[in-house]
Design a protein around this ligand. Structure first.
Ligand code: TRP
Length: 335
């Protein structure tokens, strides 16, 4: 038994991970793994809630996401990486929790609401999709997680999880389930290379951890800056300028950035100079990651063995929670 606090995080395996993931969560996980007992869930069941007709896509990306994890330095000897669909306790818990949540409550979840609008689901929303906050509550509680590192968009999931925990513990006179706390990352959100607020696969504006140096350079050189900054002598805008947004995050020489910003605002500093500077920084950052990733990708069996071992450990932990939950619910028939 460890006395370390438990962390649960996860990703839907719908695509390779990108620099936005790196800044927003992966970097943090590499740090947190030394201090906490960290479980990282590859949430394939959750991915299927809106990709039911693309099983190959999910299957393929389980491996891709695992490669991304290992390449950035998530250490499978310290963190436990596991596959959601191979952890039956999560599905069992989801089934029990569904009775504790109303349809109206799910429809009020702001993140679900936004996603339903984006996807244009309306009344034709798959039941599984509407229900994914309940399934996520099962993910979190199955591991008795104390902390859940998330982006701001996931806060409604934490809130719903804790509602379920309180309701469960009250109804079944139990103290089995543990309330969790969100650990919201304080790094700013990384915009897409097109200047849109978010880097995402669906917007096709991402730099992937697996991108080659040539592709990275190409993406940086095409980055959105200030559309009115046409000639080098023109005064330029910092606000909304993606290259500066990235430099703010990745360039450690803050004094130099400040002076470049002043020069850019006055006029006389070209975009290309800034883009070259950013490109150098990103190449240095991403080179060891993509090299390690390429090495690991040569041995997919090894990676799958890591996932299998992690999943087996996760099964043990979550089966124990399930035993306690079933006992609280008087479902412990054959013990
Ligand atoms: N919903 C999360 C996302 O879209 C992924 C996820 C699934 C998750 N289960 C989780 C995150 C449990 C934290 C804890 O990114």
């Amino acid at each position: 038994m460890t006395s370390k606090k438990v962390i649960l995080t996860g990703d839907r395996p719908t695509g390779k991970l990108h620099l936005g993931h790196f800044v927003g969560s992966l970097q943090n996980r590499v740090k947190l793994q030394n201090e906490y007992e960290q479980f990282i869930l590859i949430a394939d069941l959750q991915a299927l809630t809106d990709h039911a007709e693309e099983p190959e896509l999910i299957r393929k990306n389980v491996l891709e996401v695992a490669l991304d994890y290992l390449a950035v330095g998530i250490d499978p000897n310290i963190s436990t990486i596991c596959i959601q669909s191979e952890i039956p306790a999560i599905s069992d818990l989801t089934m029990y929790y569904m009775n504790l949540v109303t349809m109206a409550r799910l429809q009020r979840n702001p993140t679900v609401k936004d996603e339903m609008n984006q996807k244009g689901f309306g009344a034709e929303v798959p039941v599984g999709f509407l229900n994914y906050p309940v399934s996520q509550a099962a993910d979190i509680t199955a591991f008795k997680a104390n902390l859940v590192p998330v982006g701001a968009d996931q806060l409604p999931m934490i809130e719903q999880t804790n509602e379920i925990v309180r309701k469960f513990n009250r109804i079944y006179a139990s103290n089995t389930l543990v309330e969790c706390e969100a650990l919201v990352s304080n790094t700013g959100r990384l915009p897409g290379i097109d200047g849109k607020a978010k880097m995402s696969k669906s917007l096709d504006n991402a730099i992937y951890l697996s991108d080659s140096p040539e592709i990275i350079e190409q993406k940086v050189m095409n980055m959105y800056t200030d559309p009115n900054h046409i000639h080098v002598g023109d005064p330029g805008k910092i606000e909304g300028n993606t290259v500066f947004a990235y430099l703010d995050i990745f360039d450690t020489d803050k004094a130099e950035i400040q002076s470049l910003k002043e020069q850019y605002t006055r006029g006389g500093l070209g975009d290309v100079v800034l883009k070259r500077r950013l490109n150098d920084i990103l190449q240095t950052l991403l080179k060891p990651i993509s090299e390690k990733r390429e090495e690991l990708a040569k041995e997919p069996d090894k990676v799958m063995a890591i996932l299998k071992a992690g999943t087996e450990k996760a099964r043990k932990v979550t089966n124990q929670t399930l035993i306690e939950v079933k006992s609280a619910m008087k479902l412990d028939y054959f013990d």
